[in-house]
Ligand binder design. Sequence first.
Ligand code: SAM
Ligand code: SF4
Length: 388
Amino acid sequence: MMAEPKLALYVHWPFCRAKCPYCDFNSHVASDIDHQRFAAAFRRELAFLAAQHGRGRKLTSLFFGGGTPSLMPPWLVAAIIDEADRLLGFENGAEISAEANPTSSEASVFRDFHSAGVNRLSLGVQALRAPELAFLGREHSVDEALTAISMARETFAHVSMDLIYALKDQSPEDWQRDLSTALSLGLDHMSLYQLTIEQGTGFYTRARRGEVLTAQDDIAADMYLATEEIMTAAGLPAYEVSNYARPGAECRHNLVYWHAHDWIGTGPGAHSRLTTDDGRLGLAMRRSPTAWLDAVAEQGHGLDMIHEDDRREAVAEFLMMGLRLVTGISLQDFSHRFGSLAQSVNQTTLHQLLDQGLLTMTADHLAVTLDGRMVLNSILAALLDTQD
Ligand SMILES: C[S@@+](CC[C@H](N)C(=O)[O-])C[C@H]1O[C@@H](n2cnc3c(N)ncnc32)[C@H](O)[C@@H]1O
Ligand code: SF4
């Protein structure tokens, strides 16, 4: 019998000081937030999710994402961690992460977050030079970010930072310099994202008017390859398409997503993915903070949508998430969950992709190569097209 999948908890805090022009996350700017009401709603929804889907499992990780969780009052962070502990409990050494923006006022709560139980901080630094911070519409300066990083390092055992690259007018040399600065700060994890233009954002509107906001594709590809080389040489190789870590410092919470294990998500717009006897279940909560609060007060949860995956959808999730990892998917895990790989993916395509050096297969694993990582979406589309 297969072991029960690991269980993680995601908590969504849907507020930010200002809306960044590139960001399509479920985040809102609000002046008047009823924190007590949010605390009660998180407690109630968590109790509902734990009773329905906990199945006696302890949590392997908890992640406060957003929005900007570093704007949460520390007592609220503590209350949610305590309630998760009471309802489900944590595995030994569980990872408890929070996303934080590196402004000086937010850095002042790091210690309180640590006392509340947070043991890993993910800082949204985005850029390490003033013109790029301005282009990205960020609220913090380079100095504030550097101070926040050093305060975070003094406080937390694990600190990660997010950077965004492949911006217009950014040369590979500019990016390599930024990356060297970032590496000199001594963190054990970095998420390095190429700028994407998302529908509904300020950048989307500008791009539709004809403005160029991202680097050209060939320059972005060169930057990706340079990133791989620099990060590997520094001892933080890629373990996922956009994530780099010293071995052992990988984000355990995100590994739950990439291994298609189970997670419950509470808060506006939060998603859950759960393994059931028949397959996989997806839940989504109401996106609007007020609608979510009202629904939880009325019925004990903010459920907006429940979706039962058919086998094809569950296979697609497993491949789409697992092939993002440099180690790829475990073939044993695949056959335990879904039976034969040969019946699930297009075999002709699989062999072509192996011959082209975009995929590799060993007795245990199917993985995407470095060249393949740069065209991952088309690899997935081709593999999942099973009309042989
Ligand atoms: C939930 S968001 C941000 C967390 C935090 N509020 C902050 O701004 O630092 C997580 C990360 O996604 C990345 N991100 C968001 N939108 C992006 C985009 N359009 N292109 C590339 N990266 C993006 C940013 O690096 C960001 O830190
Ligand atoms: S990038 Fe962070 S601060 Fe900016 S809008 Fe998105 S979630 Fe909020």
